[in-house]
Design a protein around this ligand. Structure first.
Ligand SMILES: C[S@@+](CC[C@H](N)C(=O)[O-])C[C@H]1O[C@@H](n2cnc3c(N)ncnc32)[C@H](O)[C@@H]1O
Length: 267
């Protein structure tokens, strides 16, 4: 069985698009699909499809992190300079999730985190390229900024980004469906992440929110599908989220934006 699983992972990673994904996640999905008694070709395809749904779908074009890292090196060290802000915006366009947030970026964090800022420590789970929005977040100057996702090249780039600007930050690989980070922080960002993870584990939502060691959780859901259609998504996810937090006995403060619905929970 282990041999077959290793062989399947290797076959999946024959495709360049899948080589940068954190292996424990590939292994977990491969193990699920191996049990379904399909042909080898169909099994490889099924694993790739799932990996695409949870990750690749948000990166419609290959992101050339090596080029971004080169550009980063040539930038001034001041995060507030216009040149740096342009770079951050342009880079955030490359990931669908941050691209959708750009039109609301000026107010998203300022409004939804108002009241207990500046934030001294923060964990951004399934972060995508959201750490590039640091300059738009109400953070303390010396904030401890942790971030995780499943792409090896993305995590390396985020660490280079933190280093370049002297941010006390660390990005790391993590498959949230098998491991929930236990760092103690003031705020955890769980942005547009729950529907994505539920494609692998439908009970992950409440477990993730409960086990994160954060005083406050900023949780959000998309207000439109990846294809840009609205289809009542806001209401659908609102009902789903209200059920989740009712089980935990929490109250959440909603913040509505055109492309995203956010909720602040004080745990
Ligand atoms: C909808 S995007 C949200 C990105 C970011 N939070 C934002 O709002 O800009 C979902 C993210 O979850 C990441 N992801 C998918 N499966 C994951 C897993 N099992 N563990 C951690 N991150 C995962 C994807 O790579 C992607 O960056």
């Amino acid at each position: 069985m282990t041999e077959k699983l290793d062989e399947l992972i290797e076959a999946v990673q024959d495709g360049a698009k899948y080589r940068q994904i954190h292996i424990p996640l590939v292994r977990q999905i491969a193990a699920q699909e191996l049990n379904k008694e399909r042909s080898w070709k169909e099994t490889v395809k099924a694993v790739r499809n799932k990996l695409h749904q949870v990750g690749g779908a948000y990166q419609p074009q290959t992101i050339h992190y090596e080029l971004l890292a080169e550009k980063l090196e040539s930038l001034p060290k001041d995060m507030l300079s216009l040149e740096v802000q342009d770079f951050c915006r342009e880079t955030m366009l490359l990931h669908t999730s941050t691209r959708e947030r750009l039109p609301i970026l000026e107010k998203f964090f300022e409004q939804s985190l108002a009241g207990f800022t500046p934030v001294n420590s923060l964990l951004d789970v399934a972060c995508g390229l959201n750490p590039l929005a640091i300059a738009w977040m109400p953070l303390a100057q010396n904030v401890r900024f942790l971030a995780c996702d499943i792409y090896i090249d993305q995590i390396e780039f985020l660490n280079a980004f933190f280093a370049h600007f002297g941010i006390n930050g660390q990005a790391f690989l993590c498959d949230l469906t098998s491991e929930i980070p236990q760092d103690t922080v003031e705020v955890a960002l769980v942005l547009k992440t729950i529907p994505c993870l539920e494609q692998i584990d439908k009970h992950i939502g409440l477990r993730l929110l409960t086990e994160l060691q954060a005083q406050h959780l900023l949780v959000s859901f998309p207000a439109q599908s990846l294809s840009g259609k609205n289809k009542g998504m806001r209401d659908f996810y609102d009902q789903h989220f209200q059920q989740l937090i009712a089980e935990a006995g929490w109250q959440a403060q909603p913040h509505s934006f055109t492309t995203e619905e956010a909720y602040l929970i004080h745990k």
